[in-house]
Design a protein around this ligand. Structure first.
Ligand SMILES: [Zn+2]
Length: 62
């Protein structure tokens, strides 16, 4: 999980292309909601969960 709250907000970082979705959110569940609404997807690759931005998630579906 590449969510960092060390500075009071969460930065979603795409594990595929490195895109940073800079959105202030409060609380872990809110972060997940924001992620879902923005079209981010969690993908399991090589046994690890990765966060993919909408662009990458759309491209590699299937
Ligand atoms: Zn991406």
């Amino acid at each position: 999980m590449t969510i960092d709250n060390s500075h009071g907000k969460y930065d979603l970082i795409c594990d595929n292309c490195g895109y940073i979705y800079d959105e202030p959110v409060i609380g872990f569940h809110d972060a997940l909601d924001v992620k879902k609404e923005a079209g981010w997807k969690s993908k399991k690759r090589n046994g690890n969960w990765e966060d993919w931005c909408p662009e990458c998630a759309g491209e590699s579906e299937g």
